[in-house]
Design a protein around this ligand. Structure first.
Ligand code: ADP
Ligand code: ZN
Length: 359
């Protein structure tokens, strides 16, 4: 097992990564928290496989557990379900010393975190992320939210978990498309901060896709370490944290234009990273090899990279992104594998030139 400490001024916590952690979750949680009323929130896919294992492990350690599961899917991350979960918090008589445990992918994590942040102005919560995307990204950093019809994650806040438990074994049941989507974010970490991680991905991508334990542990720990250190330096997303948005500017535009239906988030980010690198090349910031190395890795993941989308539609979507500050586009651009810069020098002319050509 590996443990990564996220050091924050008021809310430090540990991320534990290893095999078979979910069966020990109760025991590990009990080391820091006295038994209490606990709402265990999951989705129906995950409940079937892991729900009882976690619930039982908590009960064995005297936690009074109520297990709740929502239907799976991004559209469940809404205020109506939040309201329903508050009802359960009242029914189960949760108070400020109680616990919420989020067992699942990003949807369960974000929604449960939002409940934990807001019920009685905040009660402790723990993340047990089961999708690769949640393990390397959404479970760390304290962004919690629900969607609004006018935009994803628009209603939310920053609220840190008390601990994160990542069981690499849960990836064995994860659909392969979800695995690939998560891996795109791992590639992102390599490009923004860790050339060694990137080289490891190039060398070991097939071991990773075959879920070899050691390779999984290595890439998840490296990713969590990067996310943790960025969050430590910039808890509330001012400047540094923006580098985590590499590939996301055009990625979000692709998701918007395709109405979040055609691409998983990670796949859109993978394509977004390739376009961002093309932009960096246009500006003379990166050479061809930075593009080629990402292209071959992303192709090995099986992401279909030619979107066939119109540049005009993508550019329009770029300007309506919530991260566009007063109409000015900010791009995270690679200068080499392992290092990016933030640039506001990307104008429409460059965007048309890059987005009009196939990758
Ligand atoms: P994400 O984690 O990508 O943000 P979701 O929370 O929607 O998004 O999870 C993606 C899908 O994968 C959901 O249908 C969820 O039920 C399913 N899922 C998550 N983790 C696992 C797992 N370990 N085994 C099987 N299915 C899983
Ligand atoms: Zn992302």
């Amino acid at each position: 097992m590996k443990t990564i400490h996220v050091h924050l001024p008021a809310n430090s916590y540990n991320i534990h990564i290893g095999k078979d952690l979910i069966a020990k979750a109760g025991e590990m949680i009990a080391e820091d928290k006295a038994p209490c009323k606990t709402l265990l929130i999951t989705d129906t896919n995950i409940e079937k496989i892991y729900g009882e294992i976690v619930a039982e492990s908590l009960r064995q350690n005297d936690f009074d557990v109520k297990l709740l599961s929502l239907p799976p899917g991004e559209d469940q991350k809404n205020i109506e379900n939040a309201w329903l979960l508050y009802d359960h918090c009242f029914d189960h008589k949760l108070d400020r010393k109680s616990l919420i445990v989020a067992l699942g992918g990003g949807v369960v994590g974000d929604l449960s975190g939002f409940i934990a942040a807001t019920f009685m102005r905040g009660i402790p919560y723990i993340q047990i992320p089961t999708s690769l995307l949640a393990q390397v990204d959404s479970s760390i950093g304290g962004k919690v939210a629900v969607n609004h019809p006018k935009g994803k994650n628009m209603i939310g806040c920053f609220y840190q978990p008390k601990a994160v438990f990542i069981d690499t074994n849960t990836l064995s049941s994860l659909p392969s498309k979800e695995m690939v989507a998560g891996l795109a974010e791992v590639v992102k970490y390599g490009v923004i901060k860790d050339a060694e991680l990137f080289a490891f991905l190039e060398k070991s991508i097939f071991d990773i896709l075959q879920l070899k334990d050691e390779a999984l542990l290595k890439i998840i720990a490296a990713s969590c370490q990067i996310k943790a250190s960025v969050v430590e330096q910039d808890e509330k997303e001012n400047d540094l944290r923006a580098i985590l948005n590499y590939g996301h500017t055009i990625g979000h535009a692709i998701e918007t234009v395709t109405h979040y239906k055609r691409y998983r988030h990670g796949e859109a980010v993978a394509v977004g990273m390739l376009y961002a690198t093309k932009i960096a090349m246009e500006l003379g910031l990166a050479d061809r090899s930075v593009f080629d190395r990402q292209l071959s890795l992303i192709k090995n993941l099986g992401v279909s990279i030619q979107t066939g989308l119109k540049s005009e539609a993508l550019i329009k979507a770029l300007y309506t992104d919530k991260k566009t500050i007063s109409g000015k586009l900010r791009f995270v651009l690679p200068i080499k594998i392992g290092e990016v810069i933030i640039s506001d020098k990307v104008n429409e002319e460059i965007l048309y030139r890059v987005l009009d050509k196939p990758l």
